[in-house]
Design a protein around this ligand. Sequence first.
Ligand SMILES: Cc1cc2nc3c(=O)[nH]c(=O)nc-3n(C[C@H](O)[C@H](O)[C@H](O)COP(=O)(O)O)c2cc1C
Length: 147
Amino acid sequence: MDRTTADAHILVSLTYVSCANAMSTKVINELLQHAQKSNVNEAITGMLIFNNDYFLQTIEGSRTAVNRLLHLILADTRHHDIQVLDHREISCREWGQWSMNYATGTQACAAIYLKYSTTAAFNPYLLSAESTRQLMVELSQSQKVSA
Ligand SMILES: Cc1cc2nc3c(=O)[nH]c(=O)nc-3n(C[C@H](O)[C@H](O)[C@H](O)COP(=O)(O)O)c2cc1C
């Protein structure tokens, strides 16, 4: 049996934080476009934040697809110090309509980052799993309002 599709009924969500290696807007846009295209093929959905040189990403999908992507992300030289914040089975997707939703550190959402910062500068390594989820939801909602 094909391992890729056999566990499609087992959905997992994985959230990690990492430090970016010298990212320009162009490189971020290329990364995002590639991710969104590839995620459609792999039935991966999620949310990516890039702020203050940190990445914060949730990927969700079948256990096999999420693990395969995790290995690629771990080997990616565009970031380092990857730390998993949360990994769990889910019954439905939080980001089901997004091949990869994206938010960055715009002025409009500065107050939201501040709300989740325990230090003067935003540092997602200090966030709990639940705070990370709430931050992502708030940023996503604020984008809908300002869109
Ligand atoms: C912060 C970050 C997030 C990424 N997110 C995704 C993603 O959601 N989906 C994806 O396919 N690749 C993502 N990538 C890229 C992968 O690490 C890897 O480069 C890519 O999947 C390789 O694709 P290829 O084998 O087609 O070249 C991400 C990379 C970084 C640095």
